[in-house]
Each structure stands twice: as C-alpha cells, then as structure tokens.
Design a protein around this ligand. Structure first.
Ligand code: SF4
Length: 212
C-alpha cells in the first residue's frame, strides 16, 4: 500500500473550528435556519475568553478558525480577537465581508476567508472591501465565491476581477440534491432539472492556493 504523508506543517497543533453563534446580518436564501438567524443571543465575552484560556492551557500550539453565522457581528469580536491573539498561535476569521476594510485590516488575525454571497444587494460593496484589503494590507486571505445560479453574470465579473488582481479564490457552487431540494422549494419556482442548472455555471476559472 502506498504510504501518504501530509505536507501540512501543523500536524502537532490543535485545530479549532469555532462557531461563535447563529447571528448574521444577511439572510441568504439557501442558508438554513440551523445556521443563521438575526435574533439568537450573542455568547457572553467572559465565557468566550474562558474558552480561549482552556484551549491555551492544553499544552500544544492552537489554531482557531472563527465562523458563524457571521462572527464579525458579535459586539465584542474585537476584544475576543485581541484576547485570543495573545494566547493562541494562529487565528482565521471566516466572514461575509460586510465590515469595512479598515476594520478587517486592523484586527490581529493571521488569515481571513471572505465568503461572497451574491444573493443580496450589498455584494458589490463587499467586493470593494475585499479589494481594499488586498490593496492596503498584507494579511493573507482567500475568497469563497459562492456561485448562485441566478447571479452568474455577477459571479463571473467578480472572478475576472480577482484573477486580474491575483486574489486567491475558489468558486463554490451552491448545491442542492434531488432529495434535499429546500433551495428551490423555499424561494424559487420549480425548474426543469439539474441539466438546466448545470448549464448556468459554464467554465469558471479558479485561483486557489491552500492557506497555511
Ligand atoms: S452570510 Fe453566511 S451565515 Fe449569513 S445568511 Fe449568508 S450563508 Fe448564512
């Protein structure tokens, strides 16, 4: 049997995928209620800090990736990031890019993942924020371009822009299956079938590099 060894240089680290809560400022039509809402309470900052303390006490390098919901709507996210940065080794924040570029640039994080959702009117402003982060900061980031079949023109123009300015991105198709078709059931009229949907995507470029 062929022996495969991972080249990822952080095998001895504790990797934490930390969902800060369901609160989000957007309401993407394909995002189920188990993942987001606009009313769940924010977790108390002292509980979050104690959790960081427990992680830091585990005796290994700790790498945290904050997600949600939208983690950046927590009213004390700045404080949490500063607190965590002093105690753990690496921090990523996955965000919908709805905060201002100036805010992203000043946070003590090692990496961002920006998820671009075209199912809302503010996506152009979010693309601008991402390009400003690229132009004015050295914080590495990656963009998940969430390809929505009803907005493929905008998806393609975002991809062209990112390619032109060497922004790392991956196009992620918003999926549905025949079994779990809540996407169309909830918001869109019935369509003729998967073949039609597949045609919407065409050939999309990719500019993906894994982050470390
Ligand atoms: S931004 Fe993310 S968490 Fe918020 S509604 Fe959209 S997919 Fe869900």
């Amino acid at each position: 049997m062929k022996h495969v060894t991972s080249k990822w240089p952080h095998q001895d680290s504790i990797k934490v995928e930390w969902n800060l809560g369901k609160r989000c400022n957007l309401d993407c039509g394909y995002c189920p209620a188990e993942i987001h809402d606009n009313f769940s309470p924010h977790t108390n900052i002292e509980i979050l800090k104690r959790t960081v303390d427990h992680l830091a006490a585990l005796g290994k390098p700790v790498r945290i990736s904050f997600t949600g919901g939208e983690p950046c709507v927590h009213p004390q996210i700045d404080e949490l990031l500063r607190y965590a940065k002093e105690r753990v080794d690496w921090i990523n924040v996955t965000t919908n890019a709805s905060r201002k570029a100036e805010w992203y640039i000043k946070q003590p994080v090692n990496h961002y993942v920006f998820s671009l959702h075209f199912d809302n009117k503010t996506v152009d402003r979010m693309i601008n924020q991402i390009m400003q982060v690229k132009a004015t900061s050295s914080i590495p980031f990656h963009v998940n371009v969430m390809a929505h079949h009803e907005h493929m023109d905008r998806v393609r123009s975002a991809v062209r822009l990112f390619t032109l300015f060497d922004v790392h991105y991956a196009v992620r198709r918003i999926r549905w299956t025949e079994k779990h078709d809540w996407f169309d059931d909830l918001r869109y009229p019935r369509r003729s079938g998967m073949v039609t949907r597949k045609r919407c995507y065409g050939k999309i470029q990719r500019n993906y590099r894994p982050y470390i």
